[in-house]
Unconditional design. Structure first.
Length: 52
């Protein structure tokens, strides 16, 4: 699970990109290939929780 606390974050996954803005969250399997990309002009902060 990822929660964006500041800025805008793009999560690139096999299914395509997901754009998250401050206050948004996403839940997805970490067993896939993914990347976090800051698509905000300033600082982007997020909290990532991984459960197994």
């Amino acid at each position: 699970m990822v929660v964006v606390t500041q800025g805008t974050l793009c999560i690139e996954r096999e299914q395509g990109p997901t754009i998250l803005r401050s206050g948004d969250h996403a839940i997805y399997s970490s067993a896939q290939t993914y990347a976090y990309i800051n698509v905000h002009d300033g600082l982007t902060r997020f909290i990532c929780t991984v459960l197994s």
